[in-house]
Design a protein around this ligand. Structure first.
Ligand code: NVA
Length: 316
């Protein structure tokens, strides 16, 4: 019997597996109903402990398109870990659904869910990672910068700069997913908001095997210099709302505006996982400008998530 696989962090997929999933996503984008691994319909539980728009919409649409039933479980009612333990919830759900998609806080919560569920568990954002967004972003970069590599690391030769809150889930995801894809990944972030050292070390280790590169710098300009893709994210992630005021000043030099973008390659694309705060981490001119591919990126959540679910449910 094959072991159940999960997608809890970007590096849960090997280099070849990541490329396979991205290829499948492109195939599903071209032929939307090509895979029906949830025909029955089998149910997938989708649970949110934090706010959502894109993730709820894309998983709901995607699970339906895969022939399944998207079962929204209200995290506010379930209060997982308060009313009952994570393992008890995992055991109950695992008896009834084909997979579990969960947006929550600590990474340890989703790891515990995976340990006890007996069905694939997919991370729909935790404090540490947002790997579904990572896949969607790699797909978007591939589409706009010459496609996926036919073999080996999916985006070899391409580069990505993330500027802003280097300690958040998106920064960590870009480090792991980008290194896995063989990219030159740079994070430009202020002191006190740098990526977790353990995750940087892991990204460096992955990059050593894929031909990628990892750079952490305090200079937004240095990070962006000549890159293929420039990305940013909110300065105030979900769960940090009470720090909104103190998070303003340190990030001002990292705002993605036309001046900063001018340091990137002339054909560079701009990504943002959304929601975006125009005039804060990104200017309206850049977000709504000709280099922005954020609407493709948002759509690609659907295709990427259908691909990872299909891959997890059908692999042997
Ligand atoms: N870093 C953001 C991503 C939102 C999709 C957050 O965690 O709120």
């Amino acid at each position: 019997m094959s072991t159940v696989r999960h997608f809890l962090a970007d590096d849960d997929l090997s280099t070849d597996e990541q490329r396979e999933v991205l290829e499948l996503a492109l195939r599903l984008k071209a032929d939307r109903f090509a895979e029906r691994p949830l025909a029955g319909p089998r149910s997938v539980a989708i649970i949110f402990d934090k706010p959502t728009l894109r993730t709820q919409v894309s998983f709901t649409a995607g699970i339906s398109e895969l022939g399944g039933y998207p079962m929204l479980v209200d995290g506010g009612l379930a209060r997982i870990g308060v009313r009952e333990s994570v393992p008890d919830v995992a055991r109950v759900l695992g008896r009834q659904v084909a997979a579990i998609v969960w947006r929550t806080y600590e990474q340890s919560r989703i790891e515990e869910m995976a340990e006890h569920a007996g069905v694939p568990v997919v991370n729909a954002l935790t404090d540490d990672y947002h790997p579904c967004q990572g896949l969607a972003d790699l797909l978007t970069i591939a589409e706009h910068t010459g496609g996926l590599a036919p073999s080996g690391p999916a985006l070899a030769g391409r580069s990505l700069a993330y500027v802003g809150d280097g300690a958040n889930n998106m920064a960590h995801t870009y480090l792991l997913a980008g290194a896995r894809a063989g990219m030159d990944v740079r994070v430009g972030a202020p002191d006190g908001y740098r990526p977790a050292p353990g995750i940087v070390a892991r990204a460096e280790e992955i990059a050593a095997g894929t031909g990628g590169r990892v750079t952490i710098t305090g200079s937004a300009q240095e990070a962006v210099q000549g890159v293929t893709a420039v990305v940013t994210d909110t300065w105030v992630s979900m769960g940090h709302e009470e720090q909104a005021a103190e998070r303003e000043t340190p990030f001002l030099p990292y705002r993605l505006d036309a001046d900063l973008l001018a340091h990137a390659a002339p054909e560079a694309v701009v990504l943002h996982c959304l929601p975006a705060y125009r005039g804060k981490e990104i200017t309206a001119e850049v977000l709504d400008g000709p280099r922005s591919v954020v609407w493709d990126e948002a759509e690609n959540r659907l295709h990427a998530q259908k691909a990872i679910l299909t891959w997890l449910l059908t692999r042997r």
